[in-house]
Structures are given as C-alpha cells and as structure tokens.
Design a protein around this ligand. Structure first.
Ligand code: ADP
Ligand code: MG
Length: 419
C-alpha cells in the first residue's frame, strides 16, 4: 500500500513503560496477563519500568542512554506517550533520540493512538483486550513506520510536541472532565459527552490556518495571485508560503482573499517583541525550526485563511485517525500523512445534532451527516486565540496553559511500531 516500513533490530531490547494508575488501574495486570507471555514466545527481551509519578517517564527518557534500547514501548493511555515524546525532544541529541522506535499498548482509558495504529493495520475494529492483543502482536512483528509530530507554541513561549490532538471547547472539556470517570475505562468519553451536552456552551475565539495546497480541479484556472504587501513581508520572520487562498475550500467558506486585514494577532499586544519564536532568549535557535509560524505576537501570513466565525462549540486539530477507541474522527488520516486534520463546530448547533455527530463518529460517518455547523479542513499550521476568559485547551488529552496557541506539522519526525 505504499507505506515504507523498516524492521526492529533482533533481538530487540525494549524498555516497557507501564503506568499502574492509568485507565482502571489495571495496566500492570493486563501486561502480565496478556503481553508478557507473548513477548517471551516471540523472544523479545524487555525491561519493565513502572512509573511512580507524573513526569517520571519524561525525566527517565530525557537522560537515558538510548544506545541501550531498540524501542520504547508505552503501556498506558496517550498521556504517558506524550511525556516520552516530550522527554526525547528536550534532549540535546533530540534529532537522534526521536528516531527511537516508539510502541503503544492500550492500558489507559484514552487509547487513541492504539486504536489508530490498529486501524492503520487494516484490521476490523477491536476494543479492550482484543485491541491490546492486536497491539501486542504488532510489537512482536516489529515493523516500524514514521509518524508526524506537531509542534505547539503556548503564550508563555513554552513549546510542546504532540502526536495526537490539540483541542479547545467541547472536546477539551470532555477530555478533562471525564478524567474523574477514568475507572470506567474508554466509555468515560461517552459519559463525559452526555454530561457536557447538558451544559453546552459557546466559546469565543479567533481561528486561522494554513490550508494544504490542493490541486485545483481540471478546467479551473486560478485567478491572478495577489502580491504580498511589502511591509508585511519584511515584518514577517517566517518563510512566506505561496498564496494558497485559491484553495477551493477556503474560497468557498472564508474571506481569505481580501487584503492584509485577514490577520489575527496576540491579544497581549506586545509590540516590542519582534524576535522569532524559535529563537530562545539566549539567542540559541530552537530546533526543529517552525518555519511556517510567525511569532504568536505577529499577524498570521497572508497565505493563511482566517475563519470568519468567532463563536465555536469546539475546535479540534487531530493527526491520527482516532480520538478515542470508539471515535474514528479523521477517517482518512494516517500516522505520516503530513497533515493536521482540522475540525470545528460553530455555535448554533443543537444538542441533538451535536450528539448525532459524536454517535456517527464511531463509524467515521460524521462528515456525511450534512451538518452545516461542522467544518473540516486539511492544514499544515494553525493558530487559535481564545477570547472567552475561561476554558480549557488540551494537547494529546493533557491540559495545557489556556491562551493563544499555534501549531505546525513536522512530517515523519518520529518512528512508530505499527503495521
Ligand atoms: P489515561 O488514558 O487513563 O488517562 P494516561 O497514560 O493518559 O492514562 O495517564 C494519565 C496521567 O497520568 C498522565 O498525565 C500521565 O502523565 C500521568 N502518570 C504517568 N505515570 C503516573 C504515575 N505513576 N502516577 C500518577 N500519574 C502518572
Ligand atoms: Mg490520558
């Protein structure tokens, strides 16, 4: 199917990280009950590391001698992998470190990557122990593909790396509020959704994105491109992207072609800060460089589309197929498609219509619901500036600082055991 895989070295030395508190608190029992024997039979030696506290895994991989390991495997929810990826990216030798093959075994209540990896293997849907066995089998097979990461900038200038999602509004609220139902397992998201529906609210903010250049349908000729405003050009620290406002979707839905005013800026209005976000205060360049992103205090480039609406029910950027075991959110997504799949739902949607979308998502059928409030775009970068004073933003299901945030894709930066 065109996917390029390499194979894990044999015998393969696995660092197996288990979070004993994830999900229903059974990750360790699930490991000994279902995975241990499988690994022994497949002659895959592993070292078991049971995490003792939050960020334990992050600190461990940050200073580990990675030449001792052929794979880092996470038996938990998505939260523990988020720690591991960020630990790897915080290393001086991040470029090599992030090449370490990563594996996932579903042991949490939010097992989006495990569900996605299972889906990429073209197997029919599986849940719970069946999903665990499928992922265990893939680990024994040892095929490694590449995985995109998304670099995320927060207002405090902190940068994170994400493999799954960036969410604001309804989805972020459900992510966090449903953590108290972790003991019920994956069904926590459905419970959280029902609870949140009862207190459905609107979130105000500005959203802009860099659409992916899609080839125009044959016979349609693009109108002449608008020249970049010279002063805007010179004030932009980023590499300017060819004007993509000809993109079919952006032309239909948005006002991206009308002049330089399609910009959103940081509400903090810090006019004296002109340096690039990827340059740290000590002048050192932060790598990998986010060439698509201006500083958060700078306007977005003209090639970006600014969404007209400012009243949202949710904004969700996802770069794997599944948001949870039973939420097939981005039907066409692959681990290394180089795309951020951006969904947003505008205000005015009724409770039943929103519920219908989430129920249809189990079969990936939400886009076929014909819901006029749901918009889907494929993008390479985005910026979100909440206006509502309160709310939650999550990255890979973990809560981050609330405020302006921007993100860009880094195609194939990491490696993932899959297939
Ligand atoms: P779940 O899917 O159940 O949410 P996660 O893997 O996402 O499982 O883990 C939940 C949270 O627990 C994450 O924020 C993770 O960083 C944190 N964590 C990891 N190890 C531990 C530990 N030993 N004790 C407490 N929290 C931990
Ligand atoms: Mg989690």
């Amino acid at each position: 199917d065109g996917v390029m895989y390499t194979e894990l070295r044999r015998p393969c030395r696995v660092m197996m990280l288990v979070n004993p508190h994830s999900g229903r608190g059974q990750a360790l029992q699930l490991f000994t009950g279902h995975i241990q024997g499988m690994l022994t039979e497949a002659a895959v030696p592993y070292t078991l590391v049971i995490t003792e506290h939050q960020n334990h895994a992050r600190e461990l991989v940050k200073k580990a001698d990675l030449s001792q390991w052929d794979a880092l495997v996470i038996m938990s929810g998505d939260g523990l992998l988020f720690e591991v990826i960020n630990g790897l990216m915080e290393r001086e030798d991040w470029q090599e470190a992030i090449q370490t093959p990563l594996g996932i075994l579903p042991g949490g209540s939010g097992n989006a990557l495990a569900a996605s990896v299972h889906h990429y293997s073209q197997s029919s849907p599986a849940w719970n122990e069946e999903l665990l066995l499928s992922c265990g089998f893939m680990l024994c097979k040892g095929l490694v593909g590449s995985m995109d990461l998304v670099s995320i900038h927060l207002a405090s200038r902190q940068r994170l790396f994400s493999f799954l999602s960036l969410a604001w509004g309804f989805v972020a609220d459900v992510d966090i509020e449903s953590e108290k139902y972790r003991h019920v397992g994956a069904i926590r998201f459905l419970m959280g959704t029902l609870v949140r529906l009862a207190s459905l609210r609107v979130y105000q903010g500005r959203l802009a994105y860099l659409p992916v250049n899609e080839t125009l349908p044959t016979g349609k000729h693009p109108p002449p491109s608008t020249p970049q405003h010279p002063s805007l050009c010179s004030s932009l620290p980023c590499q300017l992207i060819p004007n993509t406002s000809l993109n079919r979707n952006s032309r239909r839905n948005h006002n991206s072609t009308n002049s330089n005013h399609n910009t959103i800026t940081n509400s903090s209005n810090n006019a004296i800060t002109t340096k690039r976000t990827e340059t740290q205060s000590d002048g050192k360049t932060e790598e990998p460089v986010d060439s698509l992103l201006p500083g958060l205090d700078q306007p977005v480039p003209e090639s970006w589309t600014v969404v007209k609406e400012e009243d949202f029910v949710l904004v969700l950027a996802i770069y794997q197929s599944h948001l949870a075991e039973d939420l097939w959110t981005a039907p066409g997504a692959m681990a290394d498609d180089g795309l951020i799949h951006l969904f947003y739902v505008t205000a005015g949607i009724s409770r039943p219509a929103l519920l219908r979308l989430f129920l249809a998502m189990e079969k990936g059928a939400h886009l076929a619901c014909g819901c006029p409030h749901l918009v889907y775009e494929k993008v390479k970068a985005l910026r979100l500036e909440p206006i509502s004073p309160q709310g939650m933003i999550t990255v890979d299901g973990e809560m981050v600082e609330y405020g302006p945030v921007q993100a860009q894709i880094h195609p194939g930066l990491a490696r993932l055991i899959c297939g």
